[in-house]
Design a protein around this ligand. Sequence first.
Ligand code: PBG
Length: 322
Amino acid sequence: MYRRPRRNRKSSVIRGMVEETRLSTKDFIFPLFLLGGKNQKTEVKSMPGIFRFSTDLMLKEVESCMELGINAFDIFPAYTEDQKDKYATESHNPETFYLKAIQKIKETFPEACIMTDVAMDPYSSDGHDGLVKDGKILNDETLEILGKMAVAQAQAGADIIGPSDMMDGRVGYLREQLDDHGYTDVSIMSYTAKYASAFYGPFREALDSAPKMGDKKTYQMDPANLYEAMIEADLDTEEGADFLMVKPALAYLDVIRLLKDNYNVPIAAYNVSGEYSMIKASAERGWLDGERAMLESLLSIKRSGANVILSYFAKEFALLQK
Ligand code: PBG
């Protein structure tokens, strides 16, 4: 035998040299759940270790993450039922707590990169990402609301907006709205291939944002489809997206790879709430080694081609690097 692949596995030094994929804290965006009021911190039941914070405590959380080298955050606000309406009005009310919080975070940590979500669901009494009429989601009417939301977020200081709504034409529409209002510098990370997934369950608990009626299958993609992601990616790149995102990550590594191989825009992957909870739950039961399962899944996401990883594990990963 001339070729013995095991020679390159014989010591940890050599294994380190031949490692093809390396994770870094710089790869991550850490999603954070935001509450109104003051001095509030509540754990998400289905996501052990993940909390919702009011703005004052979120500032402390951001500071501690930045000390660990995490500099990018995606902020998701939790609104109470009485603050929601059909038109998601709170999403662009300049006095609303989430826009104030973004402003405060950017003021306190100008070097932090703040991403915001553009979709109606946390502010909508219907719990859908778009405007509902007679049981249907109205695409073009939704765009107008998303436009106002994106401009309000840019005005508050968002560095990246993340349209997660899956309406047709939204990337181009939002680009135009941002540019018309002078926000040519604000980036768009499009949720390009966002699937109608069971893995968003814990997130919807965190924000109490589950749809009141029906499901999201008329706008989110069918888990059966791979090549349809390229239609979305073609449109998003033509319409000016700065990043293409695949979501969820672990059950869709083939989609990440396909987009990576076919587009020159950086690819992001969202390691969603259910993917976090699955590992946490089995680790709690002693059924698997949570830390190793976390590292292996994050590595697989990067290996499949993601340049950027949105993950609830970001802080835990960063802590391990210290
Ligand atoms: C809102 C949105 C969702 C997630 C991110 N943005 C939920 C959904 O579409 O129902 C899910 C994130 C996660 O599960 O971690 N449109």
